[in-house]
Design a protein around this ligand. Sequence first.
Ligand code: CP
Length: 328
Amino acid sequence: MITDALVGRDYIETSDWTTAEIDTALDVSADLKTKFRAGEPHRLLPDKTIFLFFFDKSTRTRNSFEAGITQLGGHAHFIDAATSQISHGESPRDTGIILSRYGHAIAIRHDLVPGEGNAYMREVAKHADKPVINMQCDIDHPCQTLADLMTIREKFGRNLKGMKIGVSWAYAPSYAKPMSVPQGLIMLMTRYGMDVTLAHPVEFELMPHTLERARKNAAESGGAFRVVHEMDEAFEGAQIVYPKSWGCRDLFHKPEESLAVGKKYTSWICDERRIGLTDADSIYMHCLPADRGSEVTDEVIDGPHSVVFDEAENRLHTAKALMALTMR
Ligand code: CP
């Protein structure tokens, strides 16, 4: 199952990998999930080290990588960017070169400043001679969307052509969440021929180049992509709904202002009425953390359509697959 073909490869956006390579990652993820559940040892990376750099908070991503590398026989170093020399201005070039000499992979989360995170990790990757994994940037969250695709396949099988997925903005008062999950979803699911509807209030537009890429992918795969401004339209007849919040693209440096704009749209919640608009066998997805009572009601997130804990679990198996395939 494990191949050497992806050793040393960076994983910064899903579009950096072919669909065949993504399929390989998903096959390895499924195999590692089976082994983990059976209690079968799978120490594929004995004594290997991965550095986990966080410019933002995390529960799932940090723990899936830390637990994952331990289960693979290696070790993770957690680094809070604010307590490293990055906060004194050390360059991504120097950071990439030095950590490449200490270990076997570098993973980075840098997601809250549009225009910065992806460029930062690509600069690290340019100078590192070890693989760089994107744990969420301003453009994509490729670890999340890989786990989402794994979850969708577990529910609906491998052929996803024509399946309707509604990706929608939802109201959340907690913080201005990054745009990378919806952007990553529209860019990845359109490659698999899915019929993708993106819904959001007019103030919550995503980065134009991600919309362009989704349109191009849909045209090439035989899928579809459209943008609407009513939440219900993303739910009508959908087999998959993925309602979650994100901040205003131009207000990430003023998050309170972004939250104030969002307050106009408290009715954008995933509730039982909206789930009633979807296909009878639809699934409700969310990358988590969710603002319960704002983005989604307890009845929906804890109800029969919800697969959020499967998604969260699959973060572990997919993180392990990415490390096992790229690190040596
Ligand atoms: N979904 C996700 O990335 O979760 P964390 O922010 O907890 O890592």
